[in-house]
Design a protein around this ligand. Sequence first.
Ligand SMILES: Nc1ncnc2c1ncn2[C@@H]1O[C@H](COP(=O)(O)OP(=O)(O)OP(=O)(O)O)[C@@H](O)[C@H]1O
Ligand SMILES: [Mg+2]
Length: 246
Amino acid sequence: MALIEVNNLKKSYGQFEVLKNISFSVNKNDVVAVIGPSGSGKSTMLRSLVHLEEIDGGTIRVADDYLVKDGVYAKSPEMKQITAKMGMVFQHFNLFPHLTVKENLELAPKLIKKESASIIKNRSLDLLDKVGLAERANAYPANLSGGQKQRVAIARALMMNPEIMLFDEPTSALDPELTSEVLQVMRHLAQNHMTMIVVTHEMGFAKEVANRVMFMDQGAIIESGTPSEIFTNPQFERTKAFLKQR
Ligand SMILES: Nc1ncnc2c1ncn2[C@@H]1O[C@H](COP(=O)(O)OP(=O)(O)OP(=O)(O)O)[C@@H](O)[C@H]1O
Ligand SMILES: [Mg+2]
């Protein structure tokens, strides 16, 4: 059974259909790269999975639970459990500026109060070590580079032990030399079998790390396949035209 299954997802802003009957599934350990032109609905699709956007119709199943079934959302406590299975990383990091790196990581687990402070602290130190930022635990976001901020944001999302990580253009706000350190952390996650959906303009990363590539245009998934199918043998003119500009 797929870990995520999306069926006939629809969303409009007024008359404008942002997502037109989107269906796809993601298996455990998949790394899915989502590519497509600006405005094609990539962010809206990703944000819908974690209920940052409300959809108008369709079904989203995550593991055994339905976030939305035929347009009807799960009730609030259950909905939180479902969305908590996914960690999200944004283009602009979204760190809390008034909290240190360590505090950024520990805030959400502490609010949930399911674990002791020492367990939370150990995990935050461990994750900061994994993203290469152990020595910056007490720094404030303003004193970090963009690449460091994004690595903190990834570690923060991992604090909740997600089953799936969603990335929305995680390197688009970064200079090229800072991009590689973030991609390196993501590559390690993929090697450790994290299930990931990555909206990205990094075609090199998509080719190398993703096992599936989904091309979106004008609110629809035009085609999806292995990186070699999409990059070397795209079937649709729109995919060809998009890839030619890269
Ligand atoms: N709150 C909103 N109200 C109205 N229209 C919106 C809203 N949010 C997004 N849109 C529109 O929906 C479409 C899809 O936007 P979305 O951000 O999902 O695209 P995207 O593929 O992520 O683009 P980009 O590559 O530029 O990030 C765009 O035309 C956008 O203008
Ligand atoms: Mg976007």
